[in-house]
Design a protein around this ligand. Structure first.
Ligand SMILES: *Cc1c(COP(=O)(O)O)cnc(C)c1O
Length: 244
């Protein structure tokens, strides 16, 4: 047992329900992702039955954890939410059920090619958009998203774009967070019109900002520290064997 995880998940679920109610949405439309990077397999086993999705940032860490997953313990789908290097795409597709961090037509083309080799007819992805415009961040510029989605539709028949993902600015300014999240929602509307795709998923909101994200239409909140506590970046217990 890892103390406190069940209680923390319950508290987050309560806050999700409150934010959904406040904005007239059904809480059942908001999936809870437990973000488990740098946390132990033991903590993950505790959380797995209580969350809807598992999110990891690094291919190698996630692959090691999946390989060590106890047989018989059910697991919800795993999503890749971190920066994706071209040479790790194959491993990422073998490890994750969906990649949320596709941020170039080139990455989509590589996924399409590998899906072809594996006879996968539709590998699901989200497009990551850098709405806040911070330089260090992954994601396409919002202005570049329509053309990128057009290119994926045109030349990547084995890539299924199901939605959009963003990481907001690290700020307590609610107005600014609201602008970022509503901009992603509006971009989704625009892309729906230009592509005809339903794009049902909006992955936005983390421990510090998920209430605002839900009020602005989030369908997936990615929660790490509010469930698992602070990440220890030197954690030797996480079974990540190599530097990435
Ligand atoms: C680490 C991470 C999260 C979770 O962050 P918390 O603030 O701990 O909830 C969510 N999304 C992405 C992309 C992350 O890298």
């Amino acid at each position: 047992m890892v103390a406190g995880i069940a209680e923390k998940v319950a508290k987050v679920r309560e806050e999700i329900a409150e934010a959904a109610a406040k904005s007239g949405r059904a809480a059942s439309r908001v999936k809870l992702m437990g973000v488990t990077k740098y946390h132990s397999l033991e903590a993950m086993e505790e959380a797995a039955p209580l969350v809807d999705l598992i999110g990891e940032n690094r291919v190698q860490e996630a692959a090691a954890k999946r390989a060590a997953w106890p047989p018989g313990l059910t697991s919800c789908p795993w999503h890749m939410i971190g920066r994706l290097q071209k040479n790790k795409i194959r491993r990422a597709m073998e490890t994750f059920d969906l990649i949320e961090s596709v941020d170039s037509a080139g990455i989509a083309a590589a996924i399409n090619r590998i899906a072809g080799e594996k006879c996968v007819s539709a590998y699901p992805v989200f497009i990551e958009v850098n709405v806040s415009g911070e330089e260090a961040k992954g994601g396409l510029a919002p202005e570049a998203a329509p053309a990128a989605l057009g290119a994926v539709l045109e030349s990547c028949p084995r890539v299924e774009v199901r939605g959009l993902m963003t990481v907001a600015r690290d700020t307590d300014d609610e107005g600014e967070l609201r602008r970022i999240f509503s901009a992603l929602r509006e971009l989704r509307e625009k892309l729906r019109r230009s592509s005809g795709l339903p794009l049902p998923e909006l992955s936005m909101g983390m421990s510090g900002d998920f209430r605002v994200a839900i009020e602005e239409g989030s369908t997936i909140v990615r929660i790490g520290s509010a469930i698992f506590g602070k990440r220890n970046y030197n954690n030797k217990n996480t079974i990540d064997k190599g530097a990435e």
